[in-house]
Design a protein. Structure first.
Length: 317
C-alpha cells in the first residue's frame, strides 16, 4: 500500500490541534487503500501544543512529531517535515483547517490516476480577510510575477500533495533563506491546481500580522528576482542625467540673467529627496547582501530538541 505523509507545522496551536486531528482521521478512514503518517512539527510553541502531540503519539502509532529547540519559523518547519517524511506521497497542511483535509482524496486520485507529479490548492476568494490585506496580497503577486521568471500563482497555498520525486527535489534545495511558494514553482514538474473558497480559522488567532506578511513578501522578491537591483541602477542613471541637465540649465541661466541667491527651501527639499533615493537603493543592495551573508554562514535551518522516538527512549530509561 502507498503511504501518505501529512506534514503539519504547529506554533501555539493547542486549540486547533485536537480539531485538526479529528478531521484528518475522518479523511484517512475514507482512504482505506492508503497508509498514513502524521508528522507534526512543533515550531517552539509556548503553550500545550507539545503535550498534546506527546499524548497523540502514544495513542496513535501513525503520529510522529518533531519539536524544535526554539521558534525557527514556518519555512523551517515545512523543510524539517519534508526532510523527515517517509511516505511515497507527501502533503503539507495548516493545523487551523484553512487547508481543507476533505480535498486530499481528490488530490491523491489526480496523482495516481491522471499522472500529475503534484497537486496544489489555491483560494479563489479571500472572504473573511481584511480588505487592505487582500489588496496588498493581490498586488504582491502582480509585482513578483512581473519581476521574477518563476510564475507565482495568486492565492496559492502551501497545501499540496507531492510525489517522492518532487519532495526530494525540494529538499535538495538546502538554502537558508527559504520561500517555499517560489521553490515549489522552481522545481517545476507537472502540477494540477484545485480551487476552493477561503476557509476561516477553526480556532485560535493567526500568527501572521501585516508586518510579518510584508517581510515575507520581501523575502520572496529578493529570493526569486534581481529586478530590484536593476531598478536601483536605473534610478541612479536617471538622476545622473537629470543632474547633468540641471547643471547645464544653471550655467546658461547664470550667464544670461546673473546669479541671484534664492530658492534655498527648494534646494533643501531636493537634497532630502535625493538622499532618500540613495538610502532606498542602498537598502535594496543591503537586502541582497544580508541574504548572501546568511547563506555563507551555513547555519542549520532548524535544530531538533525532541521527537516521539527520543521521548520513548527517555521513557524506557
Amino acid at each position: 500500500m502507498n503511504k501518505i505523509t501529512v506534514i503539519v507545522p504547529c506554533y501555539n496551536e493547542q486549540e486547533s490541534l485536537p480539531l485538526f486531528y479529528q478531521e484528518i482521521i475522518k479523511v484517512s478512514d475514507e482512504m482505506k487503500k492508503v497508509d498514513f503518517e502524521y508528522l507534526f512539527v512543533n515550531d517552539g510553541s509556548k503553550d500545550k501544543t507539545l503535550d498534546i502531540l506527546r499524548d497523540l503519539s502514544k495513542k496513535d502509532k501513525r503520529v510522529r512529531y518533531i519539536s524544535f529547540s526554539r521558534n525557527f519559523g514556518k519555512e523551517a518547519a515545512m523543510y524539517a517535515g519534508l526532510e523527515n517524511a517517509t511516505g511515497d506521497y507527501v502533503t503539507l497542511m495548516d493545523v487551523d483547517l484553512q487547508d481543507p483535509p476533505s480535498l486530499l482524496p481528490e488530490m491523491y486520485r489526480l496523482i495516481v490516476e491522471e499522472g500529475y507529479d503534484s497537486v496544489g490548492t489555491r483560494r479563489v476568494t479571500r472572504k473573511g480577510e481584511p480588505p487592505i490585506r487582500s489588496f496588498f496580497a493581490r498586488m504582491f503577486y502582480k509585482i513578483i510575477n512581473k519581476m521574477s521568471k518563476i510564475e507565482m500563482v495568486d492565492g496559492a497555498r502551501d497545501y499540496r500533495l507531492m510525489t517522492r520525486q518532487v519532495v526530494d527535489s525540494i529538499v535538495s534545495l538546502g538554502e537558508y533563506n527559504r520561500y517555499s511558494k517560489g521553490l515549489f514553482s522552481f522545481v517545476g514538474f507537472n502540477t494540477k491546481w484545485i480551487e476552493f473558497e477561503n476557509v476561516e480559522r477553526v480556532a485560535g488567532e493567526t500568527k501572521w500580522s501585516f508586518w510579518k506578511l510584508f517581510i515575507y513578501a520581501i523575502e520572496g522578491i529578493v529570493a526569486f528576482s534581481t529586478a530590484p537591483l536593476g531598478i536601483a541602477a536605473i534610478m541612479g542613471i536617471i538622476f545622473c542625467i537629470i543632474s547633468f541637465i540641471a547643471v547645464i540649465f544653471i550655467i546658461i541661466k547664470t550667464i544670461a540673467f546673473g546669479d541671484p541667491v534664492s530658492g534655498w527651501p527648494s534646494m533643501v527639499c531636493i537634497m532630502f529627496f535625493l538622499s532618500g533615493i540613495q538610502l532606498f537603493c542602498t537598502g535594496i543592495i543591503g537586502q541582497y547582501l544580508s541574504k548572501t551573508y546568511l547563506e555563507t554562514k551555513k547555519r542549520p535551518i532548524y535544530i531538533i530538541k525532541e521527537t516521539e522516538e527520543i521521548n520513548k527512549l527517555k521513557g524506557k530509561k
